[in-house]
Design a protein around this ligand. Structure first.
Ligand SMILES: Nc1nc2c(ncn2[C@@H]2O[C@H](COP(=O)(O)OP(=O)(O)O)[C@@H](O)[C@H]2O)c(=O)[nH]1
Ligand SMILES: [Mg+2]
Length: 250
């Protein structure tokens, strides 16, 4: 029956850079079930970022970028011999399992699970995006643009929802330019440019060089040495080639 496993040999092109994008399944529903704060819930975002850091420790990618319920992972080396089925299934299940573990360690969310028996198990999908090296920066710029649109629309929608119904709020925002939405928010006392950077620009995890103090027993002196540490950057700039070069990601 081995010959029926027709997709198991499908491999990523060995000359490409690879990004894995995972996205939470039915997280609009989950956000209601867990009664998440709108438009952003600090506990939820912390769990997404913790999940990314756990992934970083396990698989050592070059870079992870997350916002909302999506996680983008730039791989350093191609694992599993480049096998697409293996990568998609292992990565999606690692993320789903880690996210679930962390949700169940949060007292507030556990309470919701205990009082609302209909909350379904969490799952993430995963897809592989092969990129030529020149397209990596524009890929992440594109995801960060999406994070910004998400932020603007999220704030606008939930602000309008204080005074309008669901359909009316959507209608009021339909076809509006970014500048017009910012005006609406300004009228409601929200300067969107001043909301936390992690909401406007997402969060990234990458290696950062740090100096640590150590003790040299031979010289009996304290010495400094370099170490790499996974760094959670919640104050990202707007992505450009310089950021990726200076952070030694590319
Ligand atoms: N309230 C709230 N909801 C969030 C937050 N982050 C993500 N979400 C929800 O997650 C959804 C993610 O979008 P999408 O993947 O298109 O929806 P899905 O198909 O239902 O998973 C958003 O529409 C929000 O409902 C948050 O911080 N607070
Ligand atoms: Mg989703």
């Amino acid at each position: 029956m081995k010959e029926c496993e027709i997709f198991s040999d499908l491999k990523v092109p060995c000359t490409s850079k690879i990004v894995i994008r995972a996205d939470g399944r039915k997280f609009s529903r989950l956000s209601q079930d867990l009664d998440l704060q709108k438009p952003y819930d600090q506990d939820f975002v912390n769990i997404m970022v913790d999940t990314c850091s756990e992934f970083f420790r396990e698989f050592s990618p070059s870079f992870i970028y997350t916002f909302s319920d999506e996680i983008n992972i730039l791989l350093d080396e191609i694992p599993f011999n480049g096998r697409v089925e293996k990568m998609d299934s292992v990565f999606a299940s690692f993320i789903s399992g880690t996210f679930s573990q962390k949700i169940l360690k949060n007292k507030r969310f556990v309470k919701r699970f205990n009082s609302k028996t209909s909350i379904k198990p969490v799952s993430f999908d995963s897809r592989i995006i092969p990129l030529n090296p020149e397209s990596v920066v524009s890929y992440f710029k594109n995801r960060q643009d999406e994070a910004w649109r998400n932020c603007l629309n999220g704030y606008a929608y939930w602000t309008l929802r204080k005074d309008y119904g669901r359909e009316e709020a959507v209608k009021l925002l339909n076809g509006k330019k970014s500048s017009q939405i910012q005006e609406i928010l300004f009228g409601e006392g929200i300067n969107i440019q001043k909301v936390p950077a992690w909401q406007r620009k997402g969060v990234a995890i990458y290696r950062k060089e740090i100096m640590i103090d150590g003790y040299n027993p031979l010289s009996q002196k304290t010495v400094q040495s370099k170490r790499w540490k996974a760094f959670e950057d919640r104050e990202l700039p707007v992505f450009d080639a310089k950021f990726f070069k200076n952070s030694l990601i590319l």
